[in-house]
Structure formats: C-alpha cells, structure tokens
Write a protein that binds this ligand. Structure first.
Ligand SMILES: Nc1ncnc2c1ncn2[C@@H]1O[C@H](COP(=O)(O)OP(=O)(O)OP(=O)(O)O)[C@@H](O)[C@H]1O
Ligand SMILES: [Mg+2]
Length: 242
C-alpha cells in the first residue's frame, strides 16, 4: 500500500502542490487534471525523483526515502519527457534499464522479449531509437517501466503521441495486468482512463479535490453522463494554466 501524507511542493514562489494526502491500494488509479495542475510534480515525488518540501510517503509502512534501492526494485516509472538515448537500439536501451533495475542477467533477455511484446515493438527493437516515431518512443518508455514486474507502476501521460489503435491496445493491456499492483496513470485524456480506473483522483491547482470511482463521481456531479462531463463541470470554465 502507498500512503501519501501532507506532500507539498513549491518552485520558488509558485505553489505546485498544496498538501496532498491519500492512500492507494491495489488497482488502477487515474490522476486527472489540466495542464499545470501538478500531476508530474506529484508523480516525480512519488517516484523519488523530486524532493517534496514537506510530508512523507510510505510503501507498506516504510518511508520510501529510507527504502532506497529496495523501493526502486518495486517501482516502474514512465516519465512524461522522452529523454531517450537516441543512438541506442531499443534492445540496448531496455538492456541498460534492466541492468539499472538489477534484473538477473539470465532473465534479462526473456524480460526484454516480454515487455517488447507487450507494447508491440518486436519488429523495431533492433533499430536505433533515433529512427523511432514519437509513438514508438512512448511505447519503449512504457516497456521500460514494466521491466522486472514492478508492484508500483507510475506512468505520466503514457498514451501521449499514440495513434488511436495503440492507445486502445495500451489501455487494455494496462488494465489486464493490475492484479496485485498499484498503477497510477497521470493524464488529461479522460477517455484513456474512464474504463480502466478503479478510482479517479482529480487534481486542481495542486490540490486533490476528488478521489472516487467514475460511477460515484458521475452521481456527485449532477448525474453527469460520463467522466468527460464531470471533468467539464470542474474545469470547463477555466482558462488554461500554461
Ligand atoms: N521545474 C519547475 N520550475 C518551476 N515551475 C515548475 C517546474 N515544474 C513545474 N512547474 C510549475 O508547477 C506547476 C505544476 O506543474 P506540473 O508539471 O506538475 O503540471 P502537470 O499537471 O504535470 O501539467 P501537464 O499536464 O502540462 O503535464 C505548473 O504551474 C508549472 O508551471
Ligand atoms: Mg505533466
């Protein structure tokens, strides 16, 4: 279980996160909010890539900062930016990431095979990343996050740049492997998470304003017909942030 308590973060004078508190158990969670709401900031803190100003995060009652390597072993992270090694082949990149994750050498080849299959990149895996399309890079990032079968998977805008067919494929695959895992998907694309999220966490100006099932949210917001409706009744009248 992931327990987030009073996590706050400012960049200079800009408050990016208020005090975020929530508990996540097994299942798929969608972190939904517009540009600049604080999704990536929260994801970066959950994955230990950014230090919060205050608060703490516990994995099974252990502070993630104190867990160090042990936390990285249970964690898979697909960040929003595609800072990939353009001269590497896909296979070399996955091999490198697998080594960082300390995946056993004897399992590495089959693990690369497994995640490559998963994101449908088999025929491209020996090509250099520089020659990948945006969507292929995105799928490679997802594949990397799944290596070693992590218990906590954090994906920041995982379907950005994917064509509709791959979008659906990735969505369905994600939902099918959620057993015994916590999967957090940050997105502003409602349709990507509506059918697969156990709960939708809505973030507005750095604060969590809702955390509930799609069904309950629809009831709460004047019997909204779907999550898009809920989203629009919260954010519909807002100016974009950045
Ligand atoms: N490194 C930084 N320095 C200064 N301000 C930052 C930095 N990173 C984020 N911010 C600001 O913090 C706020 C939250 O940004 P964040 O990237 O977490 O939003 P987001 O919900 O992920 O947005 P998007 O949907 O565009 O990815 C924004 O106002 C943003 O401008
Ligand atoms: Mg972001």
């Amino acid at each position: 279980m992931l327990k987030i308590s009073n996590i706050s973060k400012s960049y200079g004078n800009k408050k990016a996160l208020g005090e975020v508190t929530m508990e996540l158990k097994e299942g798929v969670y969608a972190l939904l909010g517009p540009n600049g709401a604080g999704k990536s900031t929260l994801m970066n803190i959950i994955t230990g890539n950014l230090k919060a100003d205050g608060g703490e995060i516990l994995w099974d009652e252990k502070n993630i900062e104190k867990m160090g390597k042990e936390y990285r072993r249970i964690l898979g992270y697909a960040p929003q930016q595609q800072g990939l090694y353009e001269t590497f082949t896909g296979r070399r990149f996955l091999s490198y990431m697998g080594t960082l994750k300390e995946i056993d050498k004897k399992n590495l080849k089959s693990e690369i095979e497994r995640v490559t299959n998963y994101v449908n990149l088999n025929d491209k895996i020996d090509k250099s990343i520089g020659a990948y399309s945006g969507g292929m890079k995105q799928r490679l990032l997802i594949a990397q996050a799944l290596m070693g079968n992590p218990k906590l998977i954090v994906m920041d805008e995982p379907t950005a740049g994917l064509d509709p067919k791959e979008r659906v494929r990735v969505r369905e695959k994600i939902s099918r492997q959620a057993d015994g895992k916590i999967i957090i998907i940050a997105t502003h694309v409602v349709s990507d998470v509506e059918s697969i999220a156990k709960e939708v966490i809505i973030i507005k100006d750095g604060n969590i304003i809702e955390k509930d099932s799609v069904k309950n949210l629809c009831e709460k917001y004047d019997n909204a017909k779907d999550l898009e409706d809920v989203y629009m009744s919260i954010f519909g009248n807002e100016e974009k942030h950045d």
